[in-house]
Design a protein around this ligand. Structure first.
Ligand code: SAM
Length: 247
């Protein structure tokens, strides 16, 4: 999978790109991630890439020219059009199912990071296929959002995580939050690990995990359960009893 990130501040991304799982996946050749500095595509002697908005208003806007030229430096020689995502507070809120679709449907994503007051609409109209938001709040730039998208998509690409099981049971992968987890020691300041996790009975452990996932989702994010279809009579029983308890 290839990611190209168009940004005015590549240094904001370098720590993220050069650490942990994302770094290892690049070393293994599973991911190729490049940042392109939009400022390199300015065409004036001070390398300016922003200007005041027409019609007035606060702050400065990133100009269309440098952004589109930066994009063309990546896509110009390709025989296909990479999928271009503008990270924007006006975009569709990002979620696990969109991360999965992006991982499955595309080989090459271009992520465009705005800054200041945002970017000239004509850059969006020229190259952007989709706008994604990290949530209903405003960041100073799209870099943190781009890092979040790269991270969430990358870990769904085969080989990036050491064990695919890592994400199959995770929060949001099947519409539920994950069950609580414990590691050594067995007793931490008088708080002990649930006995069922220690007895080696895999069927019982799997049942416990499913029940806990439903209970935790009910407590923390009950709205997720509105779209959740119980997998069998066991899950239906748990949901019915939780609903009854809360009537
Ligand atoms: C200060 S914001 C511009 C906000 C813009 N004036 C508006 O009101 O819609 C600067 C840049 O940060 C990024 N950004 C801000 N909030 C974001 C969010 N919630 N999700 C993704 N990107 C965001 C975008 O790339 C945006 O161009």
């Amino acid at each position: 999978m290839r990611f190209d990130i168009l940004t005015l501040f590549p240094e904001m991304l370098s720590a993220f790109l050069n650490a942990s799982i994302i770094k290892r996946a690049q070393e293994k050749g599973i991911l190729t991630i490049q940042t392109t500095n939009i400022r390199d595509f300015a065409e004036n002697k001070h390398n300016r890439v922003d200007d005041a908005p027409f019609g007035g208003g606060m702050g400065m806007l990133m100009q269309a020219g440098p952004i589109v030229r930066a994009y063309e430096s990546i896509a110009g020689g390709l025989e296909y059009k990479p999928h271009v995502i503008y990270l924007s507070p006006q975009g569709t809120p990002f979620c696990q199912s969109r991360a999965k679709e992006l991982a499955d449907d595309y080989q090459h994503l271009v992520l465009l990071c705005g800054h200041y007051e945002g970017i000239d609409q004509r850059a969006i109209d020229s190259i952007v296929d989709e706008e994604i938001s990290l949530g209903d709040f405003v960041l100073t730039g799209g870099e943190i959002a781009a890092a979040a998208v790269v991270d969430a998509v990358s870990r769904l690409i085969p080989g990036v995580l050491s064990d695919e099981e890592c994400y199959l049971e995770e929060s949001h992968s099947k519409g539920l939050l994950e069950y609580p987890q414990y590691t050594r020691p067995r007793d931490f300041r008088g708080m002990t690990v649930p006995e069922v996790l220690l007895n080696g009975n895999h069927a019982e452990i799997a049942k416990w995990k499913r029940e806990q996932a439903i209970r935790i989702t009910f407590q923390k994010r009950p709205e997720l359960l509105k779209n959740y279809c119980p997998q069998d009579s066991f899950e239906k029983k748990i949901l019915d009893s939780l609903n009854k308890e809360n009537e």
